[in-house]
Design a protein around this ligand. Structure first.
Ligand code: ARG
Length: 257
């Protein structure tokens, strides 16, 4: 009796295994494995943005993660998620990786794993063209400053004494607030400030040369998946070795690395 039951369970298991092997659910699993679910905050030109009338997200990060996914035999499926929602989305397993101009730091390393760094960045300020009192970070005291919520800029400015900080959802919201004279400065990542000033021909504002900290961007992923980290790092290395990384860098920054 006992044996018979066991035998039944055994054949049952074999049957369902066989079904997974050739049936629909197996194909679906394979399909899912081919997709790399990416989270990004599409508000950060030239890293991740969307021009009006453009279907695909574009930018340095977007090209890089598509190339990384391709190296891994996968296809990047990119979701636009608010910057302060990215790490929670990763923890909830709604996405596999984050690429979003995200700075590698100790606070985040407690929650996620990072790939090897893929971009050197830093923080600068944008002020109105007629601003005369703010020339460096030391001058921020007594002023109002806008930053994107959840960013290293927000952390940094909040640590300064005597600064009134406004945290907004996107860098574009920060620049609008600056032009509307709601704040006196925006602190944000240098390449994004430069792109905003130079490429979008922003009027009435200028970026300052004082750069506060050296930061490095990394691709973030769950701590539960060390294999994924190895795969991503191997893909990044391959792209650096075969010149693809340089091509993407050239395309967005116009200079060699
Ligand atoms: N590098 C900064 C940070 O990690 C800002 C990143 C913002 N990224 C974005 N796509 N808006 O906190």
């Amino acid at each position: 009796m006992k044996l018979k039951k066991l035998a039944m369970i055994f054949t049952g298991t074999l049957l369902s295994l066989a079904m997974v092997g050739c049936g629909g659910s197996g194909d679906q699993a394979k399909q899912e494995a081919k997709v790399l679910r990416v989270g990004a905050t599409i508000d950060f030109a030239p890293f991740e943005f969307q021009d009006e009338g453009q279907k695909d997200y574009q930018g340095f990060d977007m090209d890089l993660i598509r190339a990384v996914a391709k190296e891994m035999g996968r296809e990047a499926e990119i979701q636009n998620i608010g910057f302060d929602g990215l790490i929670p989305a990763l923890q909830a397993k709604n996405i596999d990786v984050i690429i979003s101009g995200m700075t590698i730091n100790d606070e985040r390393k407690e929650k996620v794993n990072f790939s090897a760094p893929y971009y050197q960045s830093g923080l600068t300020m944008v002020v109105r063209s007629d601003e005369e009192n703010i020339k460096s970070f030391n001058d921020l005291k007594g002023h109002k400053v806008a930053v994107q919520i959840g960013t290293t800029s927000a952390n940094m400015v909040k640590s300064l004494e005597g600064v009134t900080v406004t945290e907004l959802n996107t860098p574009a919201d920060c620049f609008m607030e600056l032009k509307a004279r709601g704040v006196d400065a925006v602190v944000n990542d240098r390449p994004v400030n430069d792109y905003y000033i130079n490429q979008s021909q922003a009027v009435g504002v200028k970026s300052l040369s004082d750069m506060l900290s050296a930061e490095e961007y990394g691709i973030a992923m769950s701590k539960d998946n060390p294999d994924l980290q190895k795969e991503i790092d191997a893909a990044l290395k391959k792209l650096r070795d075969n010149g693809e990384y340089d091509k993407i860098y050239q395309k967005w920054f116009g200079t060699g690395k």
